[in-house]
Design a protein around this ligand. Sequence first.
Ligand SMILES: Cc1cc2nc3c(=O)[nH]c(=O)nc-3n(C[C@H](O)[C@H](O)[C@H](O)COP(=O)(O)OP(=O)(O)OC[C@H]3O[C@@H](n4cnc5c(N)ncnc54)[C@H](O)[C@@H]3O)c2cc1C
Length: 326
Amino acid sequence: MGRTILVFAESRDGKLRRVALEALGAARRLAGGDGSVHAVLATAGGAADEAAELAARGADVVHVADDPALRAFAPEAYIAALRAAMEAVRPDALLLGHTAMGRELAPRVAAACGAGHVADVTAIDETDGVFTRPIYAGKAFERRSFTPGQPWVVTIRPNNFEPAETTAGEAQGTVQALPFTVPPLLTAVRSLVRRAGGQIDLAEADVVISGGRGVRSAAGFEPLQELAGQLGGAVGASRGACDAGYCGYALQIGQTGKVVTPQLYIACGISGAIQHLAGMSQSRVIIAINKDPDAPIFSVADYGIVGDLFEVVPLLTDEFRRTQSG
Ligand SMILES: Cc1cc2nc3c(=O)[nH]c(=O)nc-3n(C[C@H](O)[C@H](O)[C@H](O)COP(=O)(O)OP(=O)(O)OC[C@H]3O[C@@H](n4cnc5c(N)ncnc54)[C@H](O)[C@@H]3O)c2cc1C
């Protein structure tokens, strides 16, 4: 028997986040051939393009919650929209991205709906409804299932599931308004000040080039930025580099920073403390560049380069430039 799955389609600046499409892809597989997939979009005006994209990528029904209170991230308003969608759809599971927003919403919606909750899922056994997630900073994996008959609320780690593709030639889903009531908001966003830069989102980047204390200064990040630019990737950092003031904490990867799962992770001048590994050890291919052949980072690396990052990184950039232009 198919399942009914609801996806929170997180968007930013009028564009669906990639993890929303990954959640939609996971939902389609979890629902099964005779199940149904619903998506809920939160917007403060319109979102017609995003709704159409979800419908074209396999959502049977797109529920659009449209209210000025959803312009900035006001948790109570978003929770009200998600609860209304849960009540309208009565899904077996609600899937969200394991993003800052998803991490805040999921446990609150689960508590409000009396649902079970599993966070940071990296694999789903669709047949048995078993969810796998790393625990103990990635040293072990836990497999969890839910009590039958109860709804599930699940966050999925970005970059771990195939995104939903457009279903050319197949019937498209329908788009409908989701009625909901905005409760009194407990906090109000007065302004949102963005840092300039427009770097690719670390959590969703396919390639991450990270620098540690070995970069020695803020300027030491420049060769890493060049390599990231060449590969279309994002720059990250260890806490050692952040603590030393070489970069902002927004770049920190690890237990108390961001968790990333790119296709390629290049660690430059990072020793490989367990707290750093917690944020990157699930990357598909790991390359470590370190002067110290005994650095612990080499124990998780697929490829290790023992050398000075200031010599190795520019060589890599030149080589990628050469092969990509040829
Ligand atoms: C509660 C707690 C939470 C933490 N959370 C995090 C976290 O989220 N993320 C995190 O990263 N850390 C975290 N830490 C800190 C962590 O324990 C380490 O201190 C930190 O990761 C070390 O950063 P690093 O590898 O850059 O520096 P170091 O350990 O100093 O390593 C620098 C490395 O650079 C190499 N090197 C130096 N110069 C060069 C060169 N020119 N070329 C090549 N290699 C060179 C050295 O051989 C060395 O291996 C946490 C710690 C605690 C206690």
